[in-house]
Every structure is written in structure tokens, then in C-alpha cells.
Design a protein around this ligand. Structure first.
Ligand code: X2X
Length: 328
């Protein structure tokens, strides 16, 4: 009986979709409330629309397809074992160390700097580098400027970071936290909320609009400092294997869907971030907004990590980013 019913359902589903309909798998590593998810949903909508219902994506949040391992997603796409990924730069650095350039401490001062690089020669250069690893970058979106939170004290200066147990996402942030005298620990994002709740770690750092608000970090953290120490872009990537199987028309369609989706994602992320400090104060967080001078002190203290990672990334690539930022 059950088998017969399943057959009928399967038949009905096939009968309703166009002959060549294809559903692809898309992995991302935040939960289903974030602007990453909303960007992925927009991509699905646009892909469906533009392909006349022949293509769509099934979205898997929380890095489910890699057993919660947020760093593995890019690698799987690179091997062609996964179709699409939406993830941020820091998650790709074990596979492509050059991606760390985006997040070098205090490389960027504002969104204009960011947009000049993603829309210009640095974005193109990075796309070439990613392609060498089997990942075609279709469009850049935004995780955002990463802000520090903790439960121990207000952070106004590098000295306030001393000894704090900090959860970080990736290797470069370990070096940055060490430069500040903190006690960093690499941990999956999906495990971080309960680690904060149980006091396994004192703090973490993430962007306000894309992650801290939708994932309710304010429920388990008391203090936030808007130190803007590191920028983290996200992107939509597709496996080169799949990309190579498409004709030009299909490629253009998929790319334009990704670009529109990420433009939308960036816009809502910036809107939510702009309203974010007030929102978080309402929720009971204590927010410290450092002055220019105080930011300079953080910049100085994190310089050793900048220098270490500038070497790993390659000085030419860092210069390309810096020249674009200075000219923009
Ligand atoms: O893990 C994080 O901190 C997150 C969600 O921002 C990233 O994917 C880098």
C-alpha cells in the first residue's frame, strides 16, 4: 500500500515539472533565519523564474551536508560532490588561503572600500584563484564587519581582551586573538550558541545584521563593541564541473540570478546592521562604540596578525586590494 502510494506521489511530482527539471543542492552554514538563508532563497526564486521552472535549488542550512563542518563545504563543491555553496571568506581559507585577504584586520574602513574591491580587479583576481580550486564564484554578498561580544566585561581597549576565552571560526582569527592576548578556540558555528550559553567560552565575534541578530546571540551575550576589526564577504559558488556542463545561455542565467540575489542579500544585511545597535540595546545588550583613537589602538595591536597573514596571502594580492581601496 505505502509503496503504491509513494509511486503515485512520485508520478504526480514528475508529471507537474518540465521534462528536464533539475533540483540542485545548495549548502550554507548559518541557520534558516539569517540573511544568508534569505539570499539563498532569493537565488532559488530567481533561478526558477528565469529557467521557466527547469532549475531550482534545495537549501541545506547549518552545514548539514558536511556534518556541521563549515570549512568542508567549499572543498566538496571544489570536488564536484556538491552543486552550490553560500559561505563566507574565512570558511574557505583552509582550502584557499588567499581568501583571508578580505578579512585582514582593519583592511577596510567602510562599505565603499568593500564594494570597490568586490566589484573591481580584486574581486576578479579572487574569482580566478577560486577557479583553480574547482569553484566558480558567481556573485559576492555580505556577512559584514565582525563585532566582538562577550559576557565578562566591556571591551574598550586591547587590554580588555586579555585572557578572554573567544570562539573563532577560522585560523586567521586565532592569530588575531592571540595578538590581543585573548584565548582563542576554533569551533563550528552550529556549536557556538550552546558553548556561549554554558560558559565554555566567554565571547565570539560576528556581524550584527547577518548573524548576531537573526541567530539571537544577544540572548547569551551581554557586551558588544563595534570595533569593525575584520570584514567577511559571502559568495555564491558553483562547482566547476557543473558549470562546465552548461551552455553559455544557462551560465548567464545562473550568474544573473546569483548576482541579483546577492545584491538583495547585501541590501537587507546593511539595513539590518544600520538598525542593529538600537535593536540590541533594546534587547538588553551593553554596546560600546569606540572612537577613532580607540580603533587605532586595536589596529596597532592586531598588526602582527595582519603581517603574518599578508605573507601567507601574498604581498602582491594585498597590494592589489590596498591600491583599489586607496583609489576608491
Ligand atoms: O562561523 C561564523 O562565525 C560565521 C557564521 O560568521 C561564518 O561562517 C564565518
Amino acid at each position: 500500500m505505502a509503496a503504491a502510494a509513494a509511486l503515485v506521489v512520485a508520478f504526480a511530482a514528475t508529471a507537474m515539472t518540465p521534462a528536464d527539471a533539475k533540483t540542485f543542492r545548495l549548502s550554507h552554514n548559518t541557520n534558516d533565519t539569517t540573511t544568508w538563508q534569505k539570499g539563498a532563497e532569493k537565488f532559488n526564486e530567481l533561478l526558477k523564474e528565469k529557467s521557466g521552472g527547469e532549475m531550482d535549488v534545495r537549501i541545506f542550512p547549518m552545514a548539514q551536508l558536511t556534518g556541521g563542518d563549515q570549512m568542508k563545504q567549499a572543498e566538496m563543491v571544489g570536488r564536484g560532490a556538491l552543486d552550490f555553496v553560500v559561505t563566507s571568506a574565512i570558511n574557505v581559507t583552509p582550502l584557499v588561503p588567499e581568501m583571508a585577504v578580505f578579512s585582514l584586520p582593519y583592511l577596510y574602513s567602510d562599505y565603499d572600500d568593500v564594494d570597490a574591491t568586490t566589484a573591481g580587479a580584486p574581486g576578479e583576481r579572487m574569482t580566478e584563484i577560486m577557479a583553480k580550486h574547482g569553484i566558480v564564484v558567481l556573485a559576492w554578498g555580505e556577512n559584514g564587519f565582525r563585532e566582538v561580544t562577550n559576557n565578562v566585561r566591556e571591551i574598550k581597549s586591547p587590554a580588555d581582551m586579555k585572557g578572554l576565552k573567544m570562539r573563532v571560526a577560522g585560523p586567521m582569527y586565532i592569530d588575531v586573538m592571540n595578538a590581543l592576548g585573548a584565548n582563542p578556540q576554533q569551533m563550528q558555528w552550529t556549536e557556538t550558541f550552546s558553548a556561549l550559553q554554558q560558559g565554555v567560552v566567554d565571547g565570539q565575534e560576528n556581524p550584527i545584521g547577518a548573524v548576531i541578530i537573526p541567530q539571537r546571540v544577544y540572548e547569551v551575550q551581554k557586551y558588544l563593541t563595534t570595533w569593525h576589526y575584520s570584514y567577511d564577504p559571502i559568495f555564491v559558488g558553483v562547482s566547476e564541473k557543473l558549470w562546465n556542463s552548461w551552455d553559455d545561455k544557462t551560465r548567464e542565467m545562473v550568474k544573473s540570478a546569483a548576482e541579483e540575489a546577492m545584491d538583495y542579500q547585501k541590501t537587507i544585511t546593511r539595513e539590518d546592521t544600520a538598525k542593529g545597535v538600537d535593536f540590541l540595546k533594546d534587547k538588553g545588550m551593553e554596546i560600546y562604540e569606540p572612537s577613532g583613537e580607540e580603533i587605532d589602538a586595536f589596529r596597532k595591536a592586531t598588526k602582527p596578525a595582519f603581517d603574518t597573514w599578508a605573507k601567507k596571502v601574498g604581498p602582491d594580492l594585498v597590494s592589489l586590494y590596498q591600491q583599489t581601496i586607496d583609489g576608491g
